[in-house]
Design a protein around this ligand. Structure first.
Ligand code: HEM
Length: 137
């Protein structure tokens, strides 16, 4: 039973990362890049509508990350100082991703694309740190 719960929590953490960070990449680079072919009004409307639809997914992914991340922390106590330092850096970057994602999906935001690119880049660094954290104790 413990193995099943651990697998479900791991799935939740990874699926939420894919939704949040993948969504940032798609919206900023792919969708807004392609929206350059539209009239400025149409591009702005596309940006507003898609941000409004992405916003609930962003909140859901963030809530799932906090719950599954807290489970990860509680279920494996006692780590080296190297692990804890890297975890601290990860959590600072997580705060940047969360703040940028909340701001980027607010309405009438002219800095949306830049904020999404920032969240995506921090997300990439977090994924690298997390991959290393799995290898050390
Ligand atoms: C409050 C937020 C978060 C907490 C407390 C948290 C905590 C953790 C912990 C403790 C682990 C296990 C590391 C180990 O194996 O020792 C982990 C794994 C991981 N985290 Fe997070 N995390 C959070 C948010 C995020 C975010 C925002 C991302 C990505 C942008 C992320 C990406 C990952 C990845 C890719 C793994 C490895 C998953 C696996 O291979 O099972 N985490 N997280």
């Amino acid at each position: 039973m413990g193995d099943v719960l651990a697998a479900i929590i791991r799935w939740l953490h990874i699926a939420s990362v894919a939704t949040l960070i993948g969504g940032m990449l798609y919206a900023s680079v792919v969708m807004m890049g392609a929206a350059g072919a539209l009239a400025p009004d149409a591009a702005a409307a596309l940006s507003e509508k898609s941000a409004a639809r992405f916003r609930p997914l962003v909140w859901l992914a963030m809530a799932a990350l906090v719950v599954s991340g807290a489970y990860n922390l509680i279920s494996s106590p006692g780590h080296s100082s190297r692990y804890l330092v890297l975890l601290g850096i990860k959590l600072l970057l997580v705060m940047h991703v969360f703040a940028a994602a909340i701001l980027a999906t607010r309405p009438r935001n002219p800095r949306r694309t830049r904020q999404m690119i920032g969240a995506f880049l921090s997300g990439l660094v977090i994924i690298l740190i997390s991959a290393y954290l799995r290898r050390i104790f």
